[in-house]
Design a protein around this ligand. Structure first.
Ligand code: PMP
Length: 363
């Protein structure tokens, strides 16, 4: 068996060490004679797993004690509804959104079902190059119930490398494709959410980190499982959570700790993305990336071939060379290399060599 370098945007690569540990523990978890996925969610064994995963998440991200950490079933898209349902109120149905790509656009569409949404900033295109709005270019409503933004747009490969300042307005971040990619200061946000299937583990759960004062009654018609308050009060086990996804998140967090934490991971990710962007820029007769250098994504490197007709051949040959899933999102076309934490630097080196070689042979 040989594993390929998997550049999928998500579900994405999981560290081999983690998969091996999961495999080892599959039939007999900690001498119990059963898999952790066969264990009841309210029993002491799974409760201990849940508590430890939360503690590890708090440690890795330095989450202050006045924030709740929730493991909510479903994807990040569920949060597109949960955020407005919980943070809007009968008194204030106004929210600001930065609409900077495919995912934040979906969040806006969903939020409009519940409130009055002000798009407070969008991508700016100058001479064919895309960049994010700067702080003075944001059209913020000081009375908004919150500002929602997507620090990293997974499809568009565009990322905020700074945190919008909102004064007293709570800041909500969809960190699905950027969480755990580098250290952050949780205090700068009031609510963070992230689907697990990129840097946290397997699909099925979304981690929600919410400052306690934001947890209140949701809008009256909110389904019970969409209420943060219910999840907080029941410590993420109001109903049966995706227990195996929570367990796997724990294994990944332990792997992050063994790597030396987010500082070390962040530095490695910087090196990985720099290698790829340098390759694209150096071979600018052949490859293109249209995102302004200071807004380029750390985790999702989008690019296209100047000769579009060569794209299929590029993807086929890459796959044959063990470089899988480099096709861009169906909404964007072209190519995309998602280089989450589990992608080793050697995988990026391989891709860079392949890209140079392909350009030389076809240029
Ligand atoms: N937000 C972002 C930034 C994403 O990258 C994705 C998934 N790629 C989503 C939201 C939606 O996540 P899910 O499919 O888990 O609902």
């Amino acid at each position: 068996m040989s594993r390929v370098y998997n550049f999928s945007a998500g579900p994405a690569m999981i560290p081999e060490e983690v998969l091996r540990q999961a495999q080892e523990e599959m039939l007999d978890w900690h001498g119990l004679g059963m898999s952790i996925m066969e264990v009841g969610h309210r029993g002491p064994e799974f409760q201990a797993v849940l508590e430890q995963v939360e503690a590890d998440m708090r440690e890795v991200l330095s989450i202050p004690s006045n924030y709740q950490v929730l493991f909510v079933a479903g994807g990040a898209s569920h949060q597109f509804s949960m955020v407005p349902l919980n943070l809007l109120s009968e008194h204030n149905k106004h929210a600001d959104y930065l609409e900077t790509g495919v995912w934040s656009r979906k969040a806006v569409i969903e939020a409009k079902r519940y409130g009055t949404i002000n798009v407070a900033g969008q991508v700016i295109t100058e001479n064919g190059i895309h960049r994010l709005p700067l702080q003075p270019e944001l059209n913020l409503n000081p009375k908004a119930a919150y500002l929602h933004y997507t620090p990293n747009e997974t499809v568009d490969g565009i990322e905020f490398h700074w945190v919008p300042q909102t004064g007293k307005v709570p800041l909500v971040a969809d960190m699905t494709s950027s969480i755990l990619s580098h250290p952050i200061d949780v205090n700068q946000y009031q609510l963070i959410y992230a689907g697990a299937q990129k840097n946290i583990g397997q699909a099925g759960i979304t981690v929600v980190i919410v400052r306690e004062d934001l947890v209140k009654e949701a809008l009256s018609f909110t389904p019970i499982l969409y209420s943060y308050k219910v999840h907080v009060e029941h410590k993420s086990v109001y109903n049966t959570p995706p227990t195996y996804a929570i367990y796997l998140a724990g294994l990944v967090l332990n792997w992050v700790q063994r790597q030396g934490g987010l500082k070390v991971i962040g530095e490695r990710n910087q090196r990985k993305s720099k290698k790829l962007y340098s390759c694209i820029d150096q071979l600018s007769d052949f490859y293109m990336n249209k995102v302004a250098p200071d807004c380029r994504a750390l985790m999702n490197v989008v690019f296209s071939l100047k000769r579009e007709d060569l794209t299929e051949e590029f993807l086929n040959q890459a796959a044959q060379a063990g470089l899988a899933n480099l096709r861009g999102h169906r909404a964007a076309g072209g190519c995309r290399a998602s280089i989450y934490n589990a992608m080793p630097e050697a995988g990026v080196d391989c891709l860079v060599e392949f890209m140079k070689d392909f350009a030389k042979k076809n240029g």
